[in-house]
Design a protein around this ligand. Structure first.
Ligand SMILES: Cc1cc2nc3c(=O)[nH]c(=O)nc-3n(C[C@H](O)[C@H](O)[C@H](O)COP(=O)(O)OP(=O)(O)OC[C@H]3O[C@@H](n4cnc5c(N)ncnc54)[C@H](O)[C@@H]3O)c2cc1C
Length: 294
């Protein structure tokens, strides 16, 4: 099918882009990589009167190190650029390690981190990673910037804290502390498909090898990616052992409210969630799962 007719703008500056989206907020849509939006248009699931293409906006792409050692990823950064970036691998190896699970290379060449998080598919990897890392989202409009923590950004299926006149301009990942290890596991029908269920974890070990902090996210198992605070606290209290890793999985299964769909039943998702969390935690035993600060 062909998209419905629309007016097309291709601003060159962020200033111009925010003015345009402010002007057209009721009937305008932003276009980044187009990997989710163009199919939606072509299937006529949306018919915006105006499309504002962000691809020529100067300074909206790329990753850089922040003064405190954190990682700034601008909205228009392509998935593939994140995957191949030595800077990202040094500052946030969880992002690098997850990227091969996001669709296929052709899609990663065009799809962007801002587009993925704004689209907020419950089974998408980038929202889950941002939540696991306690990242901050920078939303820009004609009135300036506001910063929204990942935990408040995702609000429902395809629903975020973005207002109709805002652009997601960057995601800030806090600095990776010494002793941190990561794990990522997902179940998909084929490599590159959206996850049926997945889990991302970070564990901060102290110098004695004890678990000082844990972050556990499950995604594809509800309307938004979810942190499992009870399992995180249990791991800090009891440490990482084969039994506590299984317990973290059981706590996760009990905490989620998955739905039945064409791909899997809710019961299947509940069972697989426990396995995803346990396996992701097991990966943190490997010294290969550290960052440069380790
Ligand atoms: C076959 C296929 C398989 C895929 N598999 C996966 C997968 O396994 N995992 C996964 O995570 N993704 C997957 N994707 C989606 C892909 O990752 C897309 O890149 C992503 O969902 C959207 O990014 P985009 O840049 O293409 O955004 P677009 O399609 O351009 O936009 C998506 C939505 O976000 C809005 N938007 C875009 N940029 C901004 C911004 N900066 N600020 C505010 N709103 C904005 C748009 O208006 C639109 O509503 C797949 C896509 C396809 C076609």
């Amino acid at each position: 099918m062909k998209p419905p007719p629309f007016a097309y703008f291709a601003p060159r500056s962020l200033d111009e882009a925010v003015k345009l989206i402010d002007e057209h907020q009721d009937d305008g849509k932003l276009l980044s990589g187009g990997q989710s939006f163009v199919p939606v248009l072509s299937l006529r699931l949306a018919s915006p009167a105006t499309i504002i293409d962000l691809n020529r906006v100067e300074g909206l792409g790329g990753a850089s190190e922040m003064p405190d050692g954190g990682l700034r990823v601008r909205g228009l950064t392509r998935h593939r650029e994140i995957e191949l970036s030595p800077l990202v691998a040094r500052l946030n190896p969880l992002l690098t390690g997850t990227m091969p699970h996001v669709a296929h290379v052709q899609i990663r060449n065009r799809g962007t981190t801002g587009g993925s998080c704004s689209h907020a598919d419950p089974a998408a990897e980038m929202p889950a990673i941002a939540l696991t890392c306690d990242a901050d989202f920078v939303l820009t409009s004609v009135t300036g910037e506001r910063v929204v923590p990942a935990g408040e950004f995702f609000q429902g299926v395809f629903t975020t804290a973005l207002e109709a006149n805002e652009i997601l301009t960057e995601i800030r990942y806090p600095a990776w502390p010494k002793g941190r290890r990561w794990g990522f596991e997902e179940m998909a029908r084929r490599r590159g498909d959206f996850a049926i269920v997945g889990s991302a974890v970070l564990v901060d070990f102290d110098e004695a090898g004890r678990c000082g902090a844990a972050k556990i996210t499950i995604f594809g198992a509800g309307d938004i990616p979810l942190r499992i605070a009870e399992a995180e606290e249990m791991l800090v209290a009891k440490g990482l052992t084969p039994e506590t890793m299984r317990e973290a999985g059981r706590i996760t299964s009990a905490a989620i409210e998955p739905r039945d769909d064409l791909h899997a039943s809710a019961d299947y998702r509940r069972d697989v969630s426990a396995v995803m969390v346990r396996r992701a935690l097991e990966q943190t035993a490997s010294p290969l799962r550290t960052g440069v600060a380790a």
